[in-house]
Design a protein around this ligand. Structure first.
Ligand code: HEM
Length: 535
């Protein structure tokens, strides 16, 4: 054999063996450093546990918790991850060690679709997130500002009543997803953008349609598990075209948001011109100013006169995404369970008759007295939490959990399984899968949030807890109270209550697999549907 060929062959063998030896060595070292990781299912090389996750990953992770213990370690491609459905461990992660676990992972969707993680919900822990969160808490979601929209919410409740009434008169089934989605979207866009996109009288249909389809595309992409977040080589190939799609949606969404910002800016300029210097100094009028008006009036970072457009658009998008789907999905699940359990539905109506009566409409001020309805909402959140993994958290630095029993590397992704928590038999007993609002009835005040015991977690807890929870609770209770007070409800023609499905689909929020349809029959005097009073 020619010497040069022999040398070439020898070099080839050496260069192939060295990486293999190095790989074994690194594996050995990392195995040693991982000795105190929590237990978890066996994993494959390279992909780790990725192939063990199916279409309903919250159910797969709950199954791991019941097999391997309350805290489970997973390797998802190149990513270290943990999951739990145990209230004490959840408290430890979100509250006791809240400063360690309060970051968010850098995902492709957050980068592409949330203005480079420039929003609140997907921003990593740091000064930018702190500033964005403060703007939400101090300027957008204050009690005073939310109260100033009480009248709008009452109007929307009246529209809800009228919409159903019109359908009930001609015996038409109600598409609950469309109905409840419209209610949430109108409430939110009115507060945020000063528009009701889904009231035909309030917005041009093409604009409403564009808004709806763009928002849905955005939700879908933000909610999907993208393999490129776990296997960098996948991004390179992008075999499903996901990143190309994200880029296209990014452009479309940005054009839409920019238009809204420009419209508000023009309106503010017109206002300023017509009302002179006084109005400029006072800023936007609190009673009529929507969130975008407020954002346009705030100073920017580093002494800038105004916030950057990018920041305004990121916040606006966050609020729409965080506020609309969550409450609509929750209401669709509540109505699903009520149709499956007519006894519970009738009991809630009896309570409404006692608290509100049949001679007036439900007011927001009634909601705190509707003890049983609150139990229904709490039970709905237990079985069908809108965010099955909250929004996944990430650790900022090495951490130990469960009294130092386990150590975790930095940047461990955290899947708090709220779906698993709500169905955990160690917490809720052997009937954990049954819808039974009475299990909350003994509480003197029915909290619709986690409380001290952390047994339900609809809005998260600790530093990243939902800042819109009070508004979310009002929107859910108001829609349900209005629908149950105004109508008797029955399943679609020919269907028995127990035949109504409870299959879910995984996503950023977790809706029913199929839109719910139901039949409504008015239960108030006819004149009650002609107009509704406000508080
Ligand atoms: C029923 C309604 C709602 C539900 C079930 C819900 C649920 C949640 C959940 C589970 C989280 C993640 C918490 C975590 O990761 O620890 C969250 C975060 C968030 N929610 Fe809500 N939410 C609702 C309504 C709203 C509303 C009405 C708004 C605002 C108008 C809002 C704004 C936000 C924001 C900005 C975040 C991100 C917080 C952060 O990362 O610092 N949500 N929400």
């Amino acid at each position: 054999m020619d010497l040069s060929i022999s040398i070439a062959l020898a070099l080839l063998v050496i260069t192939s063996i060295i990486p293999f030896i190095l790989f074994m060595f690194v594996e050995k070292i990392s195995e040693a450093s991982q000795r105190r990781l929590p237990p978890g299912p066996p994993r494959w090389p390279i992909v780790g546990n990725l192939l063990q996750l199916g279409r309903l990953p919250h159910r797969d992770l709950a199954a791991f918790c019941s097999t391997y213990g309350p805290l489970v370690y997973l390797r998802l491609g190149t990513v270290n991850a943990i999951t739990t459905d145990d209230p004490d461990i959840i408290r430890e992660i979100l509250v006791d060690q809240g400063d360690v676990f309060a970051s968010r992972p850098a995902t492709v969707a957050a980068e592409r679709l949330a203005y480079g993680s420039g929003d609140v919900a997907l921003a990593p822990m740091g000064p930018h997130w702190k500033r964005m969160r403060r703007i939400c808490m101090e300027h957008l979601l204050t009690t005073r500002r939310l109260e100033s929209f009480t009248g709008h919410r009452a109007d929307e409740a009246r529209h809800l009543l009228m919409d159903v009434w019109v359908k009930s008169r001609v015996g038409e089934e109600v598409d609950m997803r469309q109905l409840l989605g419209g209610f949430s979207m109108n409430n939110v866009t009115k507060m945020l953008l000063g528009k009701q996109y889904f009231s035909p009288a309030a917005a041009r249909p093409p604009e409403a349609m564009e808004f709806m389809s763009t928002t849905h595309e955005l939700f879908r992409l933000l909610g999907m598990i993208y393999l490129g977040d776990y296997l960098p080589a996948w991004r390179w190939l992008d075999p499903t075209g996901c990143e190309r799609e994200m880029k296209a949606v990014e452009k479309k969404v940005d054009r839409f948001h920019q238009k809204i910002v420009e419209e508000h800016r023009e309106r503010a300029a017109r206002r300023k011109k017509s009302s002179g210097e006084d109005a400029e100094e006072n800023g936007a009028d609190d009673d009529v100013a929507d969130f975008v008006d407020v954002l346009l009036s705030l100073p920017g970072e580093d002494g800038k006169e105004h916030l950057d457009d990018k920041v305004i658009k990121a916040l606006m998008q966050d609020m729409i995404a965080a506020a609309t789907d969550t409450s609509a999905v929750t209401n669709e699940w509540a109505m699903t369970e009520l149709l499956r359990h007519p006894r519970v539905l009738r009991k809630a109506q009896a309570e409404l008759d006692a608290v509100v009566g049949r001679r007036r409409h439900v007011f927001e001020s009634d909601l705190r007295h509707l003890h049983y309805l609150r139990c229904i909402v709490r039970e709905t959140f237990r079985l069908h939490p809108a965010g099955p993994f909250l929004i996944p958290h990430e650790s900022l630095r090495p951490a130990s959990l469960m009294s130092g029993r386990y150590t975790l590397p930095p940047r461990t992704r955290v899947f708090i399984n709220t779906h698993g928590l709500g169905r955990n038999p160690h917490v809720w007993g052997s009937d954990a899968d049954d819808f039974r609002p009475e299990r909350h009835e003994r509480r003197s005040k029915v909290e619709i949030s986690h409380g001290d015991d952390f047994v339900i977690l609809p809005f998260g807890a600790g530093r990243r807890r939902c800042p819109g929870a009070p508004l979310g609770v009002v929107m859910v209770l108001l829609a349900l109270a209005t629908l149950l007070h105004g109508f008797d409800w029955a399943p679609s023609a020919g269907m028995r209550p127990e035949e109504i499905g409870v299959e879910e689909v995984y996503g950023m929020t977790m809706p029913r697999a199929e839109p719910l349809r139901a039949v409504a029959t008015p239960r108030l005097a006819p004149e009650m549907y002609a107009g509704a009073g406000t508080d």
